[in-house]
Design a protein around this ligand. Structure first.
Ligand SMILES: Nc1ncnc2c1ncn2[C@@H]1O[C@H](COP(=O)(O)OP(=O)(O)OP(=O)(O)O)[C@@H](O)[C@H]1O
Ligand SMILES: [Mg+2]
Length: 576
């Protein structure tokens, strides 16, 4: 494995290794102490019952109780070690894992999946759980086998054959259930996705009576999962019943063999009883080793996925801090494809803006406007080409610099659960004046004060459900929070009423007065009347770019001076 010893995963591995050494030592103690019960039994049968010495019995009983208590303490200790390591692992890795997941989602072609977080949970469960104990017990099997052989070779051979038989059964169980279990897992995940989508679209389902269709599809997917699951559980039941039967037969058989040996005066009655217990202990790990091995393999896969993700995302955290940019935006030969070999969504887009310039981007649906906006704020890395703010590549910007210099209003505003204030302050610590300043600049201050608890109104899950327009206005306040140098607004007017539209126009005016570089995306020409420059995007390429009047002239539309542009007119309403 490539994680170096001082990397975060390397340290985690070293900690686990130390913990497992401790667990190994404790397991050794527990296994040795396990011999006390059969030894006690032998002594009671062969010595106490034969001699009727009650003193000996009391002494022996004290020793065995002490041994069992020690064993209990050791077991508690090894559980405690493991749960501590699990907790530590999660604390240490969950932050980096979440960051890496988000950063990966932002990269071109990166998957938007929280798999790593599930992997981390699985890894913690594995480290902290008891699933591995059979593997720690396995090395002690030879000891029990040796004791059985010492008592009598027949006991030894019977134990050996029994262990081999149980191992074969466990292997057969594993091999015949692996495929159906895998199939069921895949089908189950698909069914859960379907249910997820249904919940997200509950509105449409309720309104248009889609429930019967939904239930039918869900049932089909469920069936696809349940049939292999039933098969696997049938097979598991078969093999585990067989294994239990084999073990019970063996334990009785060993008594029968013992009886023959006792009759022939080869072993004592106590030894006969003890052999049965020792055999049970010797074969147990064989039976459980398969499931422990399975857990080990799946934890290894989780670990490798974590390693890949944590490995590649290191540089972003190390990015250099920049001095405050003036706001010069340079877009150079920008190209973006959703996946290698796919058709480009953004093709060779180049333009530049001076600090404080305002650009309106218009174009039909699916022209790539939202994609271009994501590239401009650096939330999406380009496939080739670059977007630079004062010469620094935006996709490599330090998180703190992004927080300080970039404002972005996405097309679909999703707010976090928390208060209005938390959302405007970008989930960070901020003083009230800064939050109110942003809300005022966005023209949302009055609207927020009218909410039940003003700025402290909880929103999102378990909170107030905001309307589309309210979300958009709070999203705008979040974009204007702090003192950004570049603000990108993706169709900021799509949900706004007349009041909201006025507030947006005022916000744009104050951004312009503050010399902020501004990019605004809109469907209609009318909405970008206050911009200096216009870019017409069509099928991912620049169809027209230049000062507003020039572009309007080229498109055969009459240019109007910006001051008059409060209400869109028929002439500028026209689609490009
Ligand atoms: N992550 C992605 N994976 C695959 N295709 C994508 C991805 N993002 C965008 N696209 C495709 O790129 C095209 C442009 O999408 P985009 O959202 O940028 O359009 P838009 O101009 O903003 O449209 P609208 O005006 O409807 O918002 C669409 O055809 C879309 O399917
Ligand atoms: Mg869009």
């Amino acid at each position: 494995m490539s994680a170096s010893e001082n990397s975060i995963l390397g340290r985690a591995r070293a900690a686990c290794r130390r913990a497992y050494i401790g667990v190994g030592v404790f397991s050794g103690g527990i296994n040795l102490l396990m011999l006390t019960s059969p030894l006690f039994m032998m002594q009671v049968y062969d010595r106490v019952l034969a001699t009727r010495h009650l003193n000996t019995l009391v002494l022996l009983a004290l020793v065995v109780v002490l041994a069992l208590l020690t064993s209990a303490v050791l077991e508690l200790a090894r559980s405690a070690i493991l749960s501590r390591v699990g907790l530590w692992l999660d604390r240490e890795l969950s932050g980096p894992a979440l960051s890496a997941t988000v950063e990966r989602a932002l990269r071109a072609g990166g998957t938007r999946s929280a798999q790593v977080l599930r992997d981390l949970a699985a890894l913690r469960g594995f480290v902290a759980g008891h699933g591995l104990f059979p593997l720690f017990d396995l090395p002690w099997t030879p000891l029990f086998l040796a004791v059985a052989f010492l008592m009598h070779p027949w006991f030894g051979w019977l134990t050996l054959v029994g262990g081999a038989l149980l191992f074969a059964l466990a292997m057969a169980s594993e091999m015949t259930t692996r495929e159906p279990t895998q199939q069921a897992g895949v089908a189950m995940a698909a069914a859960l996705n379907e249910a997820d989508a249904a919940l997200r679209n509950a509105d449409a389902i309720g309104a248009m009576g889609m429930l019967p269709g939904l239930v039918r599809r869900w049932r089909e997917r469920q069936d696809a999962a349940l049939v292999p699951l039933a098969l696997a559980s049938d097979r598991t039941a078969l093999y585990s019943t067989l294994a239990r039967t084999v073990r019970m037969v063996l334990q009785n058989l060993i008594l029968a063999v013992g009886a023959v040996l006792v009759i022939n005066d080869q072993v004592t009655g106590g030894a006969m009883m003890a052999a049965s217990i020792i055999m049970g202990r010797a074969v147990a790990p064989f039976e459980q080793a398969i499931s422990a091995w399975k857990a080990l393999v799946s934890a290894r896969q989780s670990y490798q996925r974590l390693e890949t993700i944590l490995g590649v995302s290191a540089p972003a955290a190390e990015a250099m801090r920049l001095p405050r940019p003036e706001g010069r935006l340079t877009v150079d030969q920008l190209r973006w494809l959703p996946a290698p070999g796919a058709e480009a969504v953004i093709r060779q887009v180049s333009f530049s803006l001076l600090p404080g310039e305002a650009l309106g981007i218009i174009g039909p649906s699916a022209a790539g406007k939202t994609t271009l906006a994501r590239l401009l704020v650096g939330s999406q890395a380009p496939s080739s080409g670059a977007v630079r703010l004062d010469g620094a590549s935006l996709s490599l910007l330090h998180m703190a610099d992004r927080n300080a210099y970039i404002g972005y209003l996405p097309q679909d505003v999703e707010l976090f659960s928390g208060t209005v204030r938390d959302n405007i302050a970008r989930l960070g610590e901020a003083d009230d004046p800064a939050v109110i300043k942003a809300a005022t600049a966005a023209g949302a201050h009055e609207m927020i004060l009218a909410l039940p608890k003003g700025y402290d109104t909880p929103i999102g899950e378990n909170g107030l459900v905001l309307s589309g327009g309210q979300r958009q206005r709070i999203g705008l306040a979040r974009a204007l929070f702090g003192d950004p140098r570049l603000v990108v607004l993706d169709e900021p007017n799509s949900h706004l009423d007349a009041v909201g539209e006025q507030a947006l126009i005022a916000a744009i005016r104050s951004l312009r007065a503050a010399g902020v570089t501004l990019v605004m995306i809109a469907q209609r020409m009318g909405a970008v009347a206050q911009m200096d420059k216009i870019l017409v995007l069509r099928q991912g390429a620049v169809e027209n770019f230049g000062p507003r009047e020039e572009v309007l002239g080229r498109l055969g539309l009459v240019a109007k001076p910006p001051a008059e542009r409060a209400v869109p007119t028929a002439a500028t309403e026209a689609r490009p």
